[in-house]
Design a binder for this molecule. Structure first.
Ligand code: MSP
Length: 523
């Protein structure tokens, strides 16, 4: 078994700036990786950029730049954004890296030697935008290639093909015998239906005359490989597959198989579900080393697809600037259910932050620290008080929240995990209202109850902060610092009763100031 939990994400195209959809995928995977770190499990998070291909070549030409220069300029925007958003990855897969090229060529040579690749002349319609030949299946009801294919030209050319259809029956059997191959389960049925219809092989090359910005085929220098035989291989090339021992890359066996490859729904069929699984199989990877595909949904705008051509993309860097990284990460994780689509709305971003962080978690922290300072100089006392509400909080509600959170995170359901933490905060705010510490403070015979209430509130917030670490690393550290607790906790610290008798709390500092709508633009 691998020594590490290994997560990888789809690598982003570098022919346009990143948008909120890209940010979602990277933050989601970052949260899963941080959850493993919280559990003190070794984890490796690989992400990167897909830098080759026709679109980069064309965009570079338009700007009068060399393709590498253009790709690196775009790449810098992605790297800046991941830094801004606190996305903490361990490996960076930039497909122009020489070590990646070397592995791609080694893989191509292996498949060539094994008789999995062949050359053939083909005449047909070709979509410049999607970089693929089209068949009659791609025609719409009017018998035409729709606008989604962009410019379509008739082409005749020789190319190299991968014997995809030879593996169709294997893939059907694999899907049937591996229920966890695709998460969520409903996508598995979609994939199975697509594989049933699979016919024909995969074209893997482009003549250099047409596309020079790619990796040369090691056995035919007039061609480069394009898109999938380059991009998909990043998952293993940067994990050390077929690398020389002194390459500086990780030891492949320590990482593979990945616990999950995190991809959007648009690249399940055919890219990952069909091409990638068959590529691994053809390379000799056994069935139990074909990784799970975690297929997330899309962020839309008012139900419509976000796209550069529609001009409705949302810039995550601008949102982070306006509302802060905490609010953006929280919204991206709380307002979508993994696998489903969601509609992006700035109003909902503000609302969820204000309701759940400012008015709930933040308020709980502030009130608790203020009361502890006002009534007890900030010092907590563990008492023998056995009042039913407190026994229930410590013995039932808090452990149940931790269990629900852990189960949800293990199933990649970050929204449900957050809900468990936020619900515990709500319970605590209700406890404040019901127990009215300001009244308890007036009656010396109720001193023990007051101490117990304050202890239970502080202990609950500490647990909530531990649970928030993967999604809101900075804010969670801020809460823990105010509680005078270690700021790099483990999930095992989310058990009840860690704060000792006599523990001194820090001073309250507002962590989640309410978000306001930006002023309406002047007419
Ligand atoms: N370069 C290919 C992937 C190669 S993987 C070996 C690609 N790039 S992409 O930039 O178009 O998309 C990168 C990821 O972002 C994909 O997983 C895609 O699904 C995801 N998203 C793109 N738009 C999205 C939304 N609107 N919402 C959520 N995720 C979206 O595909």
């Amino acid at each position: 078994m691998p020594a590490c939990t290994f997560y990888t994400t789809a690598i982003d195209y570098t022919n346009a700036p990143p948008h909120i959809g890209h940010a979602y995928e990277k933050v989601l995977t970052d949260v899963l990786a941080r959850f493993e770190r919280l559990r003190r499990r070794p984890v490796y998070y690989l992400t990167g950029v897909d830098q080759h291909g026709q679109k980069v070549q064309q965009s570079a030409e338009k700007e009068g730049l060399a393709p590498l220069e253009f790709a690196e300029r775009c790449t810098a925007k992605f790297l800046d954004l991941w830094k801004t958003l606190d996305v903490q990855f361990d490996g960076w897969a930039a497909t122009t890296h020489p070590l990646h090229k070397q592995t791609v060529q080694r893989i191509l040579q292996r498949l060539f030697d094994a008789g999995q690749l062949y050359k053939q002349r083909h005449n047909g319609f070709y979509s410049v935008r999607q970089e693929q030949f089209l068949t009659d299946k791609e025609r719409n009801e009017a018998g035409e290639f729709g606008p989604e294919w962009g410019q379509v030209v008739e082409l005749e050319e020789e190319n190299w093909y991968f014997r995809l259809s030879d593996h169709r029956d294997w893939l059907l059997g694999f899907i049937d015998s591996h229920p966890h191959f695709i998460v969520p389960a409903f996508r598995r049925t979609e994939l199975r239906n697509a594989v049933e219809k699979l016919s024909g092989d995969l074209c893997i090359s482009r003549p250099k005359a047409r596309l020079s910005w790619g990796i040369e085929l090691p056995f035919d220098s007039g061609f480069v490989t394009y898109v999938w035989f380059d991009a998909l291989i990043n998952y293993i090339s940067f994990a050390g597959y077929l690398a020389d021992p002194d390459s500086g890359l990780p030891e492949f066996r320590s990482l593979w198989p990945a616990r999950a490859q995190v991809i959007g729904k648009d690249i399940l069929i055919p890219a990952h579900g069909i091409y990638w699984s068959i590529m691994l199989h053809a390379l000799g990877f056994p069935d139990d080393e074909i990784p799970t595909l975690l297929v997330h949904g899309w962020w839309n705008i008012s139900g419509a697809k976000m796209s550069k051509s529609l001009g409705n993309t949302v810039d995550p860097a601008a949102l982070a600037e306006r509302y802060g990284v905490t609010a953006l990460r929280y919204y991206l994780m709380a307002d979508i259910s993994t696998g489903r689509d969601a509609d992006f709305s700035e109003e909902r971003l503000r609302m969820r932050f204000n309701d759940e962080l400012a008015n709930n978690v933040g308020n709980l922290l502030n009130r608790t620290l203020n009361m502890a300072h006002r009534y007890r100089q900030g010092v907590l006392r563990r008492t023998g008080c056995q009042d039913a509400d407190l026994v229930s909080l410590a013995g039932t509600e808090a452990p149940a929240a931790v269990a629900e959170y852990t189960k949800a995170m293990e199933q990649f359901e970050v929204d449900a995990a957050l809900e468990a933490a936020v619900r515990l905060a709500r319970t605590c705010n209700q406890l404040i209202e019901a127990s009215a510490p300001w009244k308890l403070a007036k009656d010396p015979t109720l001193a023990e109850r007051l101490d117990a209430v304050l202890y239970h509130l502080a202990e609950s917030i500490r647990i909530i902060a531990v649970l928030l670490v993967p999604v809101l690393p900075e804010a969670a550290r801020g809460i823990l610092a105010q509680l005078n607790c270690p700021t790099d906790p483990a999930l095992s610290d989310a058990g009840w009763g860690v704060l000792p008798d006599g523990h001194s709390l820090g001073a309250p500092v507002p962590l989640f100031p309410r978000l306001e709508a930006p002023p309406a633009p002047a007419d």
